[in-house]
Design a protein around this ligand. Sequence first.
Ligand code: 7RM
Length: 638
Amino acid sequence: MSHYSIKHIEEYWQIYRKSVRNPEAFWEEIAEEHFLWRKKWDNVLSWDFKKPEVKWFEGAQLNITENCIDRHIYTRGNKTAILFEPNNPNEPAEHITYKKLHERVCRMANVLKSKGIKKGDRVCIYLPMIPELAVAVLACARIGAIHSVVFAGFSSTALATRINDSECKLVITSDGSYRGPKTIDLKGIVDDALETCPCVEKVLVVKRIQSEIQMKEGRDEWLQPLLNEAYSDCVPEIMNAEDPLFILYTSGSTGKPKGMVHTTGGYMVYTAYTFKNIFQYREEDVYWCTADIGWITGHSYIVYGPLANGATTVMFEGVPSYPDYGRFWDIVQKHKVNQFYTAPTAIRALAKEGVEILEKYDLSSIKLLGTVGEPINEEAWHWYDDNIGKRKSPIVDTWWQTETGGVMISPIPYVTPTKPTYATLPFPGIQPALMNELGEEIKGNQVEGRLCIKFPWPSIARTIWGDHNRYKDTYFSAFENMYFTGDGALRDEVGYYRITGRVDDVIIVSGHNLGTAPIEDAINEHPAVAESAIVGYPHDIKGNALFGYVILKDTGESRNHDNLRKEINQIITEQIGPIAKLDQIQFTSDLPKTRSGKIMRRILRKIASNDISNLGDTSTLLNPEVVEKIIDQVIVKA
Ligand code: 7RM
């Protein structure tokens, strides 16, 4: 018996050692015992990071939707698979059982087939967080089409770039979407994008907001009538383990977005196994990940991982602030959510609203909390622990990437003792290494370096769509025979990892390496500070100097900014040292963020450096308007 569910720290170490000593045997056992294969593999793994090439479970055949849906119909057919919570709290939630999900996926799959979609074709999905999004993803997988989900907050230009890069034949979208009190004209955005996308033949439209839209003759069709007509069963396409399952775009530090390609067998095994252990999911639990399916977190931990385990997974259409900042907690109470997984940026935004609002809700169903997406600062970690987890729910700080497909470094709840701001230990099968600038591995504990992974794991992205050279350059060229993550990390005295942020966020001031995250952590402890971002800018003597953008909490009272600046630098001096003191502090009301909530430091760096001639593309930001605002504040003053 493999240890599919890890229960003790001794067991973790035992499994971890086994997974490193003989990775093939380790993954083979898990693949063998917990999944449905039409044919077993001829070879567990072949790999060469120099080429680079990675293949898992070669020769095996399967369909991932049989694993995520069909096999559960017999054992838990009437269990809720997807629990849909609409944007409007007065609209009833929808419980989609495994049986019903099977039917809906099959109908959608048959519609796609009737529109000429075949195995290997690319289908772009541009939908809000409604059940059809998950159904469309699974329908593609059912027939072997490669889905490319584009987050429905991206602009028409961003959408067109992604559609063209992978030459999608068909787009699935909706007439519009709800976002808190607003509605967004998604179909109009698609129409604009398609002006420059000759590869798209068909557009299928879900009716969601009942708005008047243009339907282009011969190209656009309403989906519902087609679904009603379609047959409710669809024989799954038998896929090879290494056939592509999906493409998901992620922005690089330069150039056009990278279409990360994930394949079928390894991705399934890894997301299912990590989901089971990291969220300690039990049969009756209700699990909620607040991400959007437009990101990897949604792919792996709303759709594939939970469904492969027969879980109930919540899909929320709305935003945390609508109708007020109690919405998340309202949903937790209403659906008795047991595992809650969100991003530090959401935690900080909610913490800023204060704790009074929490008193209205019963959060006692919560057993476990998760975070993902960026380093979580100590203050946010404690706020989450104290107020949401009530100090009894372990926090899993899960470090991973679009490229890794699944969680790589994370505590296993109830097993790994947690430590604020630490993602703690590698998941079984993951072999991290910290590297120095000379390309050497830094061994031992209490060290810091660039985070690499030494050995392949089943869900590593296999290539960048259409650009294998870029894949090689980006991930396999910095360090020989290693996958380079682009992140920095430190390993403490017991071997726990703390992700310190993107390596390009390191600022060298007077020869001292300073990570931005620890400085931001220190500042955020000031009672008046809600959020902050530190960047470097050129300085004649120090090489780089530090510029801090600081958002203050709305406490109602006005504070003297010069005094605050002194207090902030005092805290930094106390926690890190005078070397990390900020040379300039700008108070601002907002920070430019990507749509997944990451602060765009590139832009902040340019503004701090007084170099706004070429800010690059800001159109994909969540809040492009703040860029102008900050420029006015900073540049006018200087
Ligand atoms: C899952 C996801 C990847 C980048 C990654 C890191 C940062 C993600 C954490 C984290 C510190 C974490 N995929 N990151 N999780 N940093 N602690 N727990 O976010 O492709 O969108 O981003 O996000 O820099 O390289 S992603």
